[in-house]
Design a protein around this ligand. Sequence first.
Ligand SMILES: O=C(O)c1ccc[n+]([C@@H]2O[C@H](COP(=O)([O-])O)[C@@H](O)[C@H]2O)c1
Ligand SMILES: Cc1cc2nc[nH]c2cc1C
Length: 348
Amino acid sequence: MSLDWLSTPCAQPDGTQLEVAAARQMQLTKPPGSLGQLEALAIELASLQHTSTPAVDRVWISVFAADHGVAEENVSAYPQVVTGEMVRNFATGGAAISVLARTLGANLEVVNLGTVNDPGEIPGVRRAIIASSTANFCVEPAMTSEQLEKALAFGADSVRAAKKANAQLFIGGEMGIANTTAAAALASALLEEPPSCLAGAGTGLDSAGIQHKVSVLERALAKHANANTPLEQLRCLGGFEIAALAGAFIAAAQAGLPILVDGFITTTAALTAVRIQPDVRKWLLFAHRSKEHGHARVLNGLNAEPLLDLNMRLGEASGAATAVPLLRLACALHNGMATFEQAGVSTA
Ligand SMILES: O=C(O)c1ccc[n+]([C@@H]2O[C@H](COP(=O)([O-])O)[C@@H](O)[C@H]2O)c1
Ligand SMILES: Cc1cc2nc[nH]c2cc1C
């Protein structure tokens, strides 16, 4: 295995379709710009999908689950066994993302990258076990180089499956107790901002818990201060699911598959992917601003303005799934509205 594939260039959006779509929006029976971000969304999707009729009927969701060594520092409101328990819940249909995916008619893939409480073979779960968890990054790097390579490649495998299924949109989600600590550590290193700006309540820490989390993060960042490339920062401070997401986002951009980004952890993975390959940014749409304290900072780091702000902080791709109907409506309006000429409506 190697990391060479990471430097394959990204696909390029279609500049001609962008112009065609922008011109069409000007001709539809509404004052120009009156559908706001829905117009921009349709234009962007037309350009990314290289078509005059953008669509997000076929949505692919991959939820990557993994455990984190740093959980032993008491940084989460929940016990580590929940990660494996939720893997089963995703597959048996009871989790929020299971319901959202069913409702949207989206394909939901669940990928187990390694959980301390291993649910074993379950129908509907892809086993891509790297180890039972990452190492505690307060003590040593979260991953070995081999583990990082595997995680990135497992993410790319999901994109290959999505392409095979003819997906028009890729959504990545995650589940991992303590992964807001890993994401905060990684974002802090990538953005060069102090941990206090990135650490939040996660699953529900109180203010004393958040203070403790900041002190854990400060120790980890001091320990890995000489990790100075995005890949090395990902290896030392990330998690298997965060690396798989970064790999998936790079692979999706290379394959020309638009990506809808979820919350704090996935946005940090997206930031990592963009730092590895800047052109990945062109393929990212942002679904929502999570209630997690650090999310706004990471979005700023990507110069991103998300569609929704619903105080959600669940993860597992739930925020991205919630924004899919907006994308669908943007496409339906773009493709289905009459022009001024067709409808015999006078222009300004
Ligand atoms: O997506 C988000 O913005 C988000 C914000 C807070 C928590 N989460 C989820 O909560 C879990 C991590 O929280 P914690 O407190 O264990 O670090 C993990 O499974 C995430 O999916 C997700
Ligand atoms: C129950 C539960 C479900 C989740 N889904 C994503 N992160 C989660 C964390 C918890 C604790």
